[in-house]
Design a protein around this ligand. Structure first.
Ligand SMILES: NC(=O)c1ccc[n+]([C@@H]2O[C@H](COP(=O)([O-])OP(=O)(O)OC[C@H]3O[C@@H](n4cnc5c(N)ncnc54)[C@H](O)[C@@H]3O)[C@@H](O)[C@H]2O)c1
Length: 324
């Protein structure tokens, strides 16, 4: 079946790749994004320009946090599926600008659900949550059935809030929904506020990088193609029966230490990094590690790309995009 997907956050990093994956399989994508300036707007526009080359893609600039914005822009456009990725991302910025998180991640999510509730013929809403909902915890892997009640950052709290809103709308209005807990997604066309992007930029220009608690930090770095390749299948498989709201970890399930990331960027750039060491930042958790058995069982999710290969692809893209 050909899906017509409302994709929020279409100009964002994962949104861009998700749109490409859906379009490549012949689905239609109605993209929306407010093009905010949290990071370089030119990068968002460059992603959009590539998407606009595909006839199956349409775009509306709007803010999902604004009541009625989706309804006004989309009118009676038929939508069969929704992928809600629009959000204020980033853990550290949530200390500086907490209201941006509640606005996009809570109010924006609610507005998408309200829009969804009044659509005819809607089959499924999938949305981005985050590994950060697991908070600070020992060991791993972290499982979807773990109790998650101690968000270590406001970002995590708003993502958990989104999950709760979805649960209530699944129960109240029988909207089939799937929450996707992404684990440190990286790759070409990536996000300039993330460590791998900052390290690449600084290492290539000979600037020192800052490492926060590198002796204890690890992340389950997940290559973007590994995630988006299953999204068309996942969207086409809404939960049914009793549990209309399901949550899946989408991670690599092979955590790497922060120093492995530095090593991968150094190798890809062919330059040794100069670095400063600082203590762990407020809101950052020490480690993330995904149990991905559920996504593997239900969608055949099987991450394939190693950190070294994924970072090499990123650095290749970075050099081309910035002419370096
Ligand atoms: N990249 C990761 O490692 C990661 C990890 C966990 C969760 N996530 C989640 O995945 C989703 C996509 O993340 P990303 O890395 O692509 O981030 P991104 O910042 O590149 O993409 C988000 C996009 O949403 C747009 N946006 C923000 N608020 C909006 C609003 N109110 N209305 C319309 N558009 C709005 C932004 O302009 C941006 O283009 C987000 O929900 C994020 O929280 C990402």
């Amino acid at each position: 079946m050909r899906m017509r997907v409302l994709l929020t956050g279409a100009a964002g990093f994962i949104g861009y790749h998700s749109a490409q994956a859906l379009l490549a399989e012949g689905h239609e994508v109605v993209g929306v994004d407010n093009l905010n300036d949290y990071y370089d707007v030119e990068l968002k526009k460059a992603r959009l320009n590539r998407l606009k080359k595909n006839k199956g893609f349409r775009f509306f600039q709007l803010d999902t946090a604004k009541e009625g914005a989706l309804e006004t822009a989309l009118g009676s456009t038929k939508i069969t599926h929704i992928l809600n990725l629009a959000a204020q991302a980033g853990v550290r910025y949530s200390l500086e600008n907490p209201r941006a998180y509640v606005s996009s991640n809570v109010m924006g999510h609610l507005n998408v659900l309200e829009y969804a509730r009044h659509l005819d013929g809607l089959e499924h809403v999938a949305y981005a949550s985050s590994s950060s909902v697991y908070g600070e915890r020992e060991g791993g892997p972290f499982s979807e059935s773990d109790v998650v009640r101690r968000p270590a950052s406001l970002y995590a709290a708003t993502k958990l809030g989104g999950e709760m809103l979805s649960e209530s709308y699944a129960q109240l209005y029988k909207i089939p929904q799937t929450g996707l807990r992404f684990f440190t997604v990286y790759g070409p066309w990536g996000r300039p506020d993330m460590a791998y992007f900052i390290f690449t930029k600084k290492i290539l220009t000979g600037e020192p990088i800052t490492l926060y608690a590198p002796d204890i930090m690890s992340r389950d770095f997940t290559y973007v193609d590994d995630i988006v390749s299953i999204l068309p299948r996942l969207l086409a498989s809404p939960p049914s029966g009793e549990a209309l709201h399901k949550i899946y970890n989408l991670g690599n399930s092979r955590p790497n230490r922060l120093m492995d990331l530095v090593g991968a960027v150094e190798a890809a750039c062919g330059i040794k990094a100069k670095s400063f060491i600082k203590e762990q930042q407020k809101g950052d958790v020490t480690s993330t590690y995904a149990d991905i058995r559920a996504a593997k069982r239900d969608f055949g999710f099987e991450p394939k790309v190693s950190l070294q290969k994924g970072i090499l692809n990123f650095v290749d893209w970075y050099r081309k995009f910035y002419n370096l």
